[in-house]
Design a protein around this ligand. Sequence first.
Ligand code: GDP
Ligand code: MG
Length: 347
Amino acid sequence: MALFRFGRKPTTDAAAPTAETQSTGDGSPTEPAARSGGGLLDRLRAGLAKTARVLNTDVRDLFKREGRLVDEEFLEELRATLIRTDMGPAAAEAIVVDVRERLRARVVDPEIVIDSIRRQLLGRLEQTGAAVAMAASGPTVILVTGVNGSGKTTSIAKLARLFTREGKRVVLGAGDTFRAAAVEQLSMWAGRLGAEIVRGEPGCDPASVAHRAVARALEGSFDVCIIDTAGRLQTQSNLMQELSKIRRVIAKQIPDAPHEVLLVIDATAGQNALSQAKGFKEAAGCTGIVLAKLDGSARGGVIVPVTEQFGLPVKFVGLGETADDLEVFSPERFVAALLEGALASAG
Ligand code: GDP
Ligand code: MG
């Protein structure tokens, strides 16, 4: 298995203005409305605005009182602010301990506090990264899982866009056979993105759709095959077994496939994201996470405990509803976008 790193050149990115769709509620794409183009960091910054507001504004508020001492009251306020981003008690505690050690009984130094937060977050996100496991030869198969409405189908469209931009040929498998609307939604995206789609009758066995999609990828020499699945809860063991069956069917066709089993998590799910990560990793063998809807969440910090507790790397973040609103996750860019401005505006 080769490791492939996505890279979007900033020049390409800036040259290609993104379009914005209005949601129809069922996630079907609608006509794009104009939106000015923006660089990669701009989009991440915009996407993380809500989380950054909690971290930035509230941490900044802690610095407001001039000559404030680093005492237990200050440290408790700092901890509460950090917890509100959902970064988890362990990360919050580590930051508090670090700040206490570095500034004990001294006047609050915003630079040191921000530096502590930055270092702790980066250290804890170290193992996450952009590498997508690609097949050494032949089609790469990516299975996409998650609970209902988490953003699976939209994320598949976004992934297909990334791959086709790199000149790869993509075939999609409409494995959410549970709802006819889900098949239509994916078909619409496939049409827009110029990807091929394999679909079955509503209600048919998703494993048979997966089988046909992989067969099509092999016979048509496609580079990537991305398979959608119906939403399910990590606690529904019969549906989790269905995922196992899909995996077995795929593995019979290509021994080291699926090369990735991505779990799409809604960033607004807060602590629920943790039980999803746990359940899906155990029952579905997920290999990585797409954290969708980060643009609508004030709890982007949840990336930290998800990564740390389950060793599941966040590979992509979803920042909106169009096919362009996906970023390869980079801890450095993430932390920079979160903390930017915290110092400049402090004091
Ligand atoms: P699925 O049921 O898991 O396949 O979820 P969908 O892909 O159909 O998405 C459910 C809803 O969330 C749709 O209205 C999508 O447009 C929306 N959505 C998906 N990803 C994002 C995202 O990154 N940001 C925002 N703001 N909305 C998203
Ligand atoms: Mg769907």
